[in-house]
Design a protein around this ligand. Structure first.
Ligand code: UDP
Length: 242
C-alpha cells in the first residue's frame, strides 16, 4: 500500500532539502526546498521555485550519470519537488573537484581566479557545522574513522570518471565546469558506493564558455537579485535540454 503524504516521517532536514521515509524501507523521498545559503549558512534567503529547478537539473544529471554506468542513489523523479532515492549511509564528507581556480582555493593559495588546473584537484571537506566544514586530507578522514583508504581510492576513481564525463557534456553546451561538490553514501545491502545528494548550480561553478559569466550560486554569493538567480538556473536547465 502506498504511503499518503501525511504518513511520511521526516527523517532529516538540511539547509536545502528534506528527507522523508517512503513506503519502502530501502528508499527515501528527497524534497527540494527553495532555501539558499552560503558562507556556511551565514547568508540565507528563499528563492521561489529554486527547489523545482534544482530537482529538475539534478534529475537530468543523475539520469545521465546512471546511463554512463555510474551508481547513484537516484531512482526517479516523483513530482516537481521530489525524488525517490535509494537509502544510503552518507559519509560525512564533501568531495570537491576543481578544473579552474575559483572560490576558496583562490584565497587559500593566493592564486588568481580563472587559472586553469591541468590535473584536476580533488579536495575533501569534513561535514561538521560546529567546525565549519574544514578542509582535510585522506589521512584525517581515515583517522576520523568515517571512511577507509580503500573506499577513498574507489571514490577518487568515481569522481575522476564523473568529472571527465560532465566536463565534456557541459562544454558541448557552452558551459565550463569550473568546480563542483559531490557527496557519497554506502548502500544498505553490500556497502556499494553511491553518488548521492545533488549536482546543481547550488553545488557547481558553471561559467559561460564565451562570456565567462557566472551561471551558478555565485550569483547569490555576490548579492545579485533573486530574479537574476532564477534566470541563471533556468538558463542552465535550458542548455542541458539542448
Ligand atoms: N560547495 C558546495 N557546498 C559547500 C561548499 C562548496 O556545494 O558547502 C561547492 C561550491 O558551490 C563550489 C565548490 O563546491 O562549486 C567549491 O567550493 P569552494 O571550496 O570554493 O567554497 P566556496 O568559496 O564556494 O564556499
Amino acid at each position: 500500500m502506498k504511503l499518503l503524504k501525511k504518513e511520511r516521517k521526516l527523517l532529516l532536514e538540511g539547509k536545502t532539502k528534506k528527507i522523508y521515509t517512503s513506503d519502502n524501507p530501502c528508499e527515501v523521498i528527497i524534497h527540494y526546498k527553495d532555501d539558499i545559503t552560503s558562507f556556511n549558512g551565514l547568508k540565507k534567503n528563499v528563492i521561489p521555485d529554486k527547489g523545482i529547478l534544482n530537482n529538475e537539473i539534478t534529475t537530468f544529471i543523475f539520469n545521465l550519470l546512471n546511463r554512463y554506468g555510474i551508481k547513484t542513489h537516484f531512482i526517479r523523479k516523483m513530482n516537481n519537488r521530489e525524488q525517490l532515492c535509494h537509502k544510503v549511509n552518507m559519509f560525512p564528507l564533501e568531495f570537491v573537484v576543481r578544473n579552474i581556480v575559483a572560490g576558496s582555493i583562490s584565497k587559500r593559495l593566493g592564486i588568481k581566479e580563472g587559472t586553469p588546473i591541468l590535473n584536476p584537484i580533488f579536495e575533501i571537506f569534513y561535514k561538521n557545522d560546529h567546525l565549519k566544514d574544514p578542509l582535510i586530507n585522506d589521512h584525517h578522514a581515515v583517522f576520523l574513522n568515517v571512511i577507509s583508504h580503500k573506499e577513498l581510492s574507489n571514490i577518487y576513481c568515481i569522481i575522476s570518471n564523473i568529472n571527465n564525463k560532465l566536463k565534456k557534456f557541459f562544454f558541448d553546451r557552452n558551459i565550463i565546469l569550473v568546480d563542483f561538490k559531490m557527496e557519497f553514501g554506502k548502500g544498505k545491502k553490500d556497502n556499494q558506493i553511491f553518488l548521492s545528494d545533488e549536482i546543481s548550480p547550488d553545488t557547481c561553478r558553471f561559467w559561460d564558455k564565451e562570456t565567462m559569466n557566472k551561471l551558478d550560486k555565485d550569483i547569490f554569493r555576490i548579492g545579485l537579485k533573486k530574479e537574476k538567480i532564477i534566470d541563471v538556473y533556468m538558463e542552465v536547465l535550458k542548455r542541458l535540454n539542448k
